[in-house]
Design a binder for this molecule. Sequence first.
Ligand code: HH2
Length: 273
Amino acid sequence: MQVSRPRRHGLVMGVVNVTPDSFSDGGQYLDPDAAVARARALREAGADWVDVGGESTRPGATPVPEVEELARVVPVVRALAEAGIPTSIDTRTPAVAEAALAAGAGMVNDISARLADRAAAAGAAFVAMHMQGEPGTMQDAPAYRDVVAEVRDHLVARAEAARAAGVTEVWIDPGIGFGKSLDHNLALLANLDVLVATGYPVLIGTSRKGMLGTLAARADTAGVAPPPGDRLEGSLATAVWAVLRGASMVRVHDVAATVRALAAIETEAVPAA
Ligand code: HH2
């Protein structure tokens, strides 16, 4: 019997930060040509979406002026759209979402979860992410009574609002590291089924994040945390975990490795006998 080529588990969103200061790739793709080349490489490596961002939202980051964010991302989004690459705009700035959609973006990835009307007007998909506070101070003292229930309730409310605004493809994302302690992040990952049960497709972004440095340091005899560029094992392990727990897409910097890791869990393609 011929075994068909395995269908890949979960979609992959590849990250391109057109910024000088992103926590793991800041400065590498600030030049538009470098950003476009990176996006093309991620697409060739198997990214289903390429997520273009012009503002770092790492803990402690200061907001970028709108005119600067526009200048960073719009030429890159336009070039990718012209090349037929499915492109998402990672922004919380209304004018940037509008300009990127006009340049051909097909998805608005919004860490503030407030821009659904812009996505609706353009017929684009929308990601509502959860964040407690603002990037500048969000890691100072994150606090919840019940992090899983509070994040779920917030996301369902934002997703329903997006549907009501006219978005047909609405994603939800718990926002790993956005106003969350390590225990909050772990509780959200451990209880991903609660988000999956809402019926909205779930996006998860753990790639290279601080929690992976902390966890790796616990396993290191000298207690040393690896820098962001050296957190591949944790990025892959958590991406696989998320997809096995029902996430429909993972947002990652290391696309080729993630695609290979997800290909390794295509167990449903193996015939029973
Ligand atoms: N994480 C980052 C940025 N955007 N969007 C979604 N939906 N989910 C995430 O987890 C998420 C996101 C932070 O990562 P990165 O873009 O690499 O860093 P920086 O904010 O420093 O540019």
